[in-house]
Design a protein around this ligand. Structure first.
Ligand SMILES: Cc1ncc(COP(=O)(O)O)c(C=O)c1O
Length: 402
């Protein structure tokens, strides 16, 4: 069992807080905070633009973050790792730039369990260009995602599959490996949203033998600072795309008549990037690797399983999770109490969860609900947090005299 609260200042400073909202954003360890604070205190300067040692140092760290991210994903081309603001921006970049290649009559497949970040950009693109948006459904009863539910939608008009690796509401893992293999074979582009997967699982795309065209995730959910997101793309696909933003740093040369864009990755990183946040991503990946992502997965799954078991023992509580879980996401409802009231009562007990649609309104509607309470466990949570959650859920029922 991991025992890591001591590494996280917010959890140390607030020992009464039971933090179960890492699915929204993870806490940051000293290892990350201290390094970045030192960077700002002692050696900060903008990257790329100076040959003096401070700027050189920033550039080296920034480049190291890119190398580390490529290694973290198990991909070879470091220059194909693009730093963005977050997952949302990474997906919008693809929708804008790759979207220019799509035309009326083409088809895009997304799943019903997508976060709005991987739904709305495709919906809007489809509306604008007359593209058909097809929805792959999960099994309503088991909350599992059979691969045929998505592969059966593929036609010769399918140009892109945009698929979440893990649902932020249910913890359902999509059959992304099989779907990616099929897409690779058929020459269909595939984007994998790893926002809820990367922080919790070891992955190596080369070892898996799959070649996603795009992979996106956010730093803030894996113990890095907010402000940095990742877009990894296949080299030939990125090279063939127009830039998303134009301006400084993404340019080879500029004349009054025209501009020649810089090669990857700069072509997609216009302007001063979030340097400190990118460096925090380097340190966060180092930190997670020092713990071991297999251990992180095992630990949070063990806590979630215990929480699910105990929640199910409480009369009127319904847990929405597939039978086989492998992460710390636990969504639930209580008969007769709105999830917002659950979250409010839990907050009185210093139990921090989230309630609502979780930016996945199509999924919540499909499941016939109007919102969920969601607790998410991560590497720094422990059995005491499970106890606090259960105790507070029981108190909810008392407050409502149920
Ligand atoms: C599966 C999934 N995709 C995308 C996002 C969007 O991430 P961000 O807000 O960092 O852009 C989230 C955030 O919760 C998510 O859970």
């Amino acid at each position: 069992m991991l025992d890591l609260k001591k590494n996280f200042p917010v959890l140390r400073e607030n020992p009464d807080i039971c933090f179960l909202d890492s699915g929204a954003s993870a806490q940051k360890p000293d290892y990350v905070i201290d390094f970045v604070a030192d960077f700002y205190r002692k050696t900060y300067a903008n990257i790329h633009r100076g040959i003096y040692s401070l700027s050189w140092n920033s550039t080296v760290l920034y480049d190291k973050a890119r190398e580390k991210t490529a290694e973290f994903l198990g991909v070879k081309n470091t220059e194909c790792v693009i730093f963005t603001k977050n997952t949302t921006e990474s997906i919008n970049l693809v929708a804008y730039s790759f979207g220019q290649k799509l035309k009326e009559g083409d088809e895009i497949i997304v799943s019903i369990m997508e976060h709005h970040a991987n739904f709305v950009p495709w919906q809007q693109l489809a509306k604008k260009k007359g593209i058909k948006l097809k929805i792959a459904y999960i099994d309503k009863n088991t909350l599992e995602f059979p691969v045929e539910n998505i592969t059966s939608l593929i036609t010769d008009k399918t140009k892109l599959i945009a698929l979440s690796m893990c649902s932020n509401v249910l913890g359902t893992i999509s059959p992304f490996v099989e779907v990616c293999k099929t897409a690779n074979k058929k020459g269909i582009k595939i984007l994998l949203d790893g926002a809820q997967y990367m922080p919790h699982h070891r992955i190596n795309f080369t070892e898996l033998g799959i070649e996603p065209d795009f992979v996106v995730f956010s730093g803030h959910k894996l113990c890095a600072f907010d402000g940095v997101g990742v877009l990894y793309g296949k080299k030939e696909v990125l090279e063939d795309m127009e830039p998303f933003l134009t301006g400084g740093d993404m340019i080879e040369s500029v004349s009054i008549e025209e501009s020649i864009f810089a090669p990857l990755p700069n072509k997609f990183e216009a302007g001063t990037p979030p340097i400190g946040a990118v460096i925090s991503l380097l340190k966060a990946i180092e930190y997670l690797e020092s713990i071991g992502l297999d251990k992180v997965e095992e630990h949070e799954t063990m806590l979630a399983k215990e929480a699910i078991k105990r929640l199910k023992e409480i009369d009127g509580v319904h847990v929405f999770a597939p039978e086989k879980i492998s992460n710390g996401i636990v969504s639930f409802t209580i008969d007769g109490i709105h999830p917002h009231d659950i979250a409010t009562i839990l907050a009185e007990d210093n139990v921090c969860i989230r309630a609502g649609m979780h930016c996945a309104e199509p999924l919540i509607t499909y499941l016939g609900q109007d919102s969920f309470a969601r607790a998410t466990f991560y590497l720094y949570n422990d059995m005491e947090d499970v106890e606090k959650l259960i105790k507070s859920v029981k108190r909810c029922k008392e407050v409502f005299k149920l």
